[in-house]
Design a protein around this ligand. Structure first.
Ligand code: DX5
Ligand code: ZN
Length: 216
């Protein structure tokens, strides 16, 4: 059974609290928060004050995706704000700082994760697999919701599932970007067990049905 992590990037900013309550009421256990700094990606979104506010109103698993340059500068703040999973991009800093950031996240009692952009090969994250509780494969270029799902990322998902089975079998494997009911089975068949959906979740007319189908 898969886990849906709805991305609040597609939520109604004026009704964020209600939308998060809705995520819970519609049967989800997780919520995905996209943090963008305008440098690592050409867009801005939420900061740690938003993560803290969300933590204050929900017991959903807070899956925080940092799309920021040199995340080591901010991981302490996001851990203190109440993230449950905190994922950082392998492209965002040196290998040494990435390792240190993952260790720092773990020291806070938060689950660390590593993310790869579409053009980054699976090999780039091999040194970090044993340090992580989640690996995230981007299925769009990070920065914006509503983009087209890149099915050609599935070989990378399969490759990472195989690698994880050898070195860290309990590690989650998440996909993010353009996921909907037409491609979720492909993601699951490829070895992903956590699926992010922003636009597709928020556009779904029958959200409990969407959650059920996607998590099947
Ligand atoms: C993209 C973000 C995604 C995004 C997904 O940079 O990381 O989490 O919100 O949105 P959809 O599902 O609309 O592609
Ligand atoms: Zn994301």
């Amino acid at each position: 059974m898969a886990i849906l992590s709805p991305s609040i990037l597609a939520a109604d900013a004026m009704r964020l609290g209600e939308d998060i309550q809705g995520i819970k009421n519609n049967g989800c256990r997780w919520v995905h928060v996209d943090v963008m700094d305008g440098l690592f990606v050409p867009n801005l979104s939420f900061g740690y004050s938003t993560v803290k506010a969300i933590r204050g109103i929900t017991d959903l698993v807070l899956d925080v995706h940092l799309m920021i340059d040199r995340p080591i500068r901010y991981v302490d703040d996001f851990c203190k704000a109440g993230a449950d999973y905190l994922t950082i991009h392998v492209e965002a800093d040196t290998a040494e700082n990435t390792m240190a950031a993952l260790e720092r996240i773990r020291a806070h009692g938060v689950k660390p994760g590593i993310v790869v952009k579409p053009k980054t090969p699976a090999e780039a994250i091999i040194p970090f697999l044993e340090k992580c509780d989640m690996v995230l494969v981007m299925t769009v270029e990070p920065g914006f919701g509503g983009q087209k799902f890149m099915a050609d990322m599935m070989p990378k998902v399969k490759q990472l599932r195989q690698l994880l089975d050898q070195v860290n079998p309990s590690c989650h494997l998440e996909v993010d970007g353009g996921v909907d009911l037409t491609n979720c089975q492909l993601c699951k068949d490829s070895g992903s067990d956590v699926l992010v959906a922003g636009s597709a979740y928020f556009k779904a007319a029958d959200k409990p049905f969407f959650v059920q189908e996607l998590e099947k």
